[in-house]
Design a protein around this ligand. Sequence first.
Ligand code: HEM
Length: 359
Amino acid sequence: MNGVAKQIYDWFDERAGLTELGHKMLNEPMPGGSRYTYVFGSILVYIFMMQLVTGILLMFYYAPTADHAYESTQYIIHNVEYGWFILSFHFWGSSVMVVMVVMHMSQVFLWGAYKKPSELVWVVGTILFTLVVAMGFTGYLLPWDQRSFWATTVGIEIADKTPLIGDFIGQFLRGGPTTGAHTINRFFVLHVMILPLSIMGLATLHIYLFRKAGPAGPYKRDHKELTKTSEYFFPRQVYKDSVAIGIVFLITCALAFYEPVELLGEATPEPGDYNPVPEWYFLFLFQLLRYETFSGEWGQIVGSIVIPVAFMVWLIAIPFIFRNPERRPWKRKFGIMTWAIILLAVAYLTYDYSITEIH
Ligand code: HEM
């Protein structure tokens, strides 16, 4: 740093404690050293920031009303310079975020990184997971074409089936008896205010709790060896995180470029011969509800409410169910098998949906 730059830096440093902050953020000891397996949390922070930036750019043109949402989205795609790319990047960003959140959860689950003293890091993580999925669901309606309108209508009908509070949830989300003008306002407020602010707050809490508990490190806990190979977060983990973020950025760009968002016709209260299709990460639930076993009234409640709620309760409770301090995956056969079966079931149902649709 030359003389003037140093003076300016020192002036701020004296008042804002920049050097100390930098040390706190970057000099976090990582037992066992840096690894590519730890990159997913940082990737999620990066995608969330990109979603904020692209989302804010879209808001310069998007009109969140039933009368103008479709038209303004078409305007973004066809008339705004690079509008199609920003919108497509934002659209694909949400899918990439869902994939990355599942990878992050799977990594910390496999490594047993949710075990004491990191239970709260996991619990806050499960809420973040729900919020990330909710971001996808609420964003899907905003373009207001047939696809978004009918997927949301079906989604809210599923929520309607919740015993006792279903009516309230449906009414709250729709803002009336059918999907319409109030629904888009409510989804917009949830999508651009309530959910992002909640994610920001909870992600901060998540990272604070992570720093308090300390990184779990490798599952082989040989203390002598771990302290020998301990490294700071900077520079090697920062480098690995940056490489991974660069790859995710390029993948999202490629998806946006080769598969840009194209709207169907404007939403109408008549589906015609249009068959509602939700975002790909909800297809497994859609497919489950098509099976004979889940076709009756109670079957629908079990498939759409009981199973997802039971799954969420199980997910939150994981650190309290698997309390054995053993972290090596091959010694935790039951937990690992359960995780694998859930992922395989979701993959199978999604695949089954796609082949039924093609034939
Ligand atoms: C928006 C969503 C999320 C963000 C931005 C996020 C961010 C992070 C970051 C930056 C870390 C620090 C170290 C690392 O990258 O491994 C971390 C650690 C962790 N996260 Fe998340 N996370 C999210 C969702 C989740 C979810 C859904 C879960 C599990 C249900 C979870 C569980 C954990 C656990 C247990 C750790 C500690 C890992 C260790 O000690 O090695 N996180 N998270």
